[in-house]
Design a protein. Structure first.
Length: 369
C-alpha cells in the first residue's frame, strides 16, 4: 500500500475489505462468539442485572481513560461517583465519570430506538468532553508518537471528506451484510479511528461505540463487556495493529486482535459476574440472619449497585426514611460488612470486600508485544 503518514489519508478503503474471512479469523470468531454468548446468558441470570450494569461501565470508563493517559485511582473514582457534586475530584476522575455518563447516554438513545449514526457518535463525544462538538473543519490534525512526536498518521482533512467517510461508516454499521457482527465491530472501530472525525475524544468515543454496536447487533443485551481492560493491558499492540491496517492493509491481524479482546474480556467479565453474584448472596444471607426487619434482598442489591453508599441512597431507593437508613448502615458497619468513612460532613459506607473483588483480579490477558 502506497502510504505517507504525513499526508491526509483522504481515500480510506471501503468496508468490508476483501478476503477478511481467513481460517485464522474464523477460528478466533468461534471462540469470541461462544464466550460473549455465555456472558450474555450469565447477565440474564443475575437476580438484578443493575448491579453489573452500574459497576462494569465504571471499570470500563477508568480503563478507557487510562488508554489516553488519563489516570484516576479506584477509591477516588467510586467516592466521586457516590458524592456527585459534593466530591472534590481530579480532572482525570471527572473525565472517567463523563465516559460512564456518555456510555449511558448512548445506551439510552438505543433504548429509544435511535439508530447508531454519526449524530449519535457526536452526542457521545460531546458528553465525554463536557461541551458540544462538531466534525473537524480545520486542517492540521495529525497523530504523533507520544514520546518522539514523530507524525505516525494524518487523518482525512476537510469537513466534506470527513462527513462522506462518516456516512459510509454509518451505512456499514447499520447494514454489515454478510459480515459476522463481531468482525463488523472490529472493522467499524478501525474505520472510526481512521476517520478521526472530532478534534479530540475520538478514541474513547470509538470504544463506547464498540459496546453500543454489540448491543445494537443483538450480541450483548447490556454494555457490560470490559473491553478496555484488555486494550489498556495491550495498549502498544492495539495502536500497532491499528496502524498496520493503515500502512499495510493488514486486516487479519487487527480483526484477530479484537476478537481475542472480546473472547478474553468475555471470560473475565463472566467470572466477575459469578463472583459478584456469590458475594451478593453471602451479604444478603448475613443481613437476613442478623436483622429480621431489614429488607435483606433489596439492601444487598443496593450495596453492590452502589458500593460507596450514603443514607440518602437508601432514602432515594425508597427502602427507609433517613433515621432508619442510618441505623441500618451503622449496624452493618458494626458487623464489618461495611466500612464507615467520614468525607467532609457526609458519612460514606464502603462495601470494601466488593471493591477488593473488583480490583483484585488481573486485567484480561496480555498478549506478546
Amino acid at each position: 500500500m502506497d502510504y505517507n503518514p504525513k499526508e491526509p489519508f483522504q481515500d480510506l478503503p471501503p468496508l468490508p475489505p476483501s478476503d477478511f474471512d481467513t481460517p485464522e479469523v474464523l477460528r478466533h470468531l468461534v471462540g469470541a462468539s461462544t464466550a460473549i454468548a455465555r456472558l450474555d446468558e450469565a447477565v440474564k441470570r443475575l437476580p438484578d442485572p443493575t448491579v453489573l450494569i452500574k459497576t462494569v461501565p465504571l471499570l470500563e470508563a477508568q480503563a478507557s481513560s487510562e488508554i489516553e493517559n488519563i489516570v484516576t485511582t479506584n477509591d477516588e473514582l467510586f467516592r466521586a461517583d457516590a458524592l456527585k457534586e459534593n466530591a472534590p475530584a481530579t480532572p482525570a476522575t471527572k473525565e472517567a465519570l463523563r465516559y460512564r455518563a456518555a456510555l449511558r447516554i448512548g445506551d439510552e438513545l438505543l433504548d429509544h430506538g435511535h439508530p447508531l449514526t454519526a449524530k449519535l457518535a457526536q452526542r457521545v463525544c460531546a458528553s465525554l468532553r463536557g461541551f458540544e462538538v462538531e466534525v473537524r473543519d480545520k486542517p492540521g490534525t495529525v497523530i504523533a508518537h507520544p514520546r518522539t512526536r514523530e507524525v505516525i498518521y494524518t487523518p482525512p482533512q476537510g469537513k466534506d471528506v470527513i462527513e462522506r467517510h462518516l456516512s459510509r461508516w454509518e451505512r456499514f454499521i447499520n447494514d454489515p451484510g454478510e459480515v459476522p457482527p463481531l468482525i463488523a465491530m472490529a472493522m467499524a472501530h478501525y474505520q472510526f479511528e481512521a476517520i478521526h472525525p472530532f478534534s479530540d475524544g475520538n478514541g474513547r468515543t470509538g470504544r463506547i461505540l464498540n459496546l453500543l454496536m454489540l448491543r445494537d447487533l443483538g450480541i450483548l443485551r447490556s454494555p457490560v463487556l470490559y473491553l478496555s481492560g484488555f486494550i489498556v493491558r495491550n495498549k502498544n499492540l492495539y495502536y500497532r495493529r491499528l496502524n498496520d491496517v493503515t500502512r499495510r492493509g493488514r486486516w487479519q491481524e487487527w480483526i484477530v486482535f479484537m476478537l481475542t479482546a472480546v473472547e478474553e474480556t468475555s471470560r473475565w467479565t463472566y467470572q466477575l459476574v459469578d463472583d459478584i453474584d456469590h458475594a451478593r448472596s453471602v451479604v444478603e444471607d448475613k443481613i437476613r440472619s442478623q436483622f429480621s426487619t431489614i429488607p435483606a434482598y433489596e439492601l444487598a442489591n443496593l450495596l453492590f449497585t452502589q458500593p460507596y453508599i450514603r443514607v440518602d441512597d437508601i432514602v432515594t431507593a425508597q427502602l427507609a426514611q433517613r433515621q432508619t437508613g442510618a441505623k441500618w448502615l451503622n449496624q452493618l458497619a458494626d458487623l464489618d460488612l461495611l466500612e464507615k468513612r467520614k468525607v467532609g460532613r457526609v458519612n460514606l459506607y464502603v462495601n470494601a470486600s466488593y471493591i477488593q473483588l473488583l480490583f483484585a483480579r488481573e486485567l484480561p490477558a496480555q498478549l506478546p508485544d
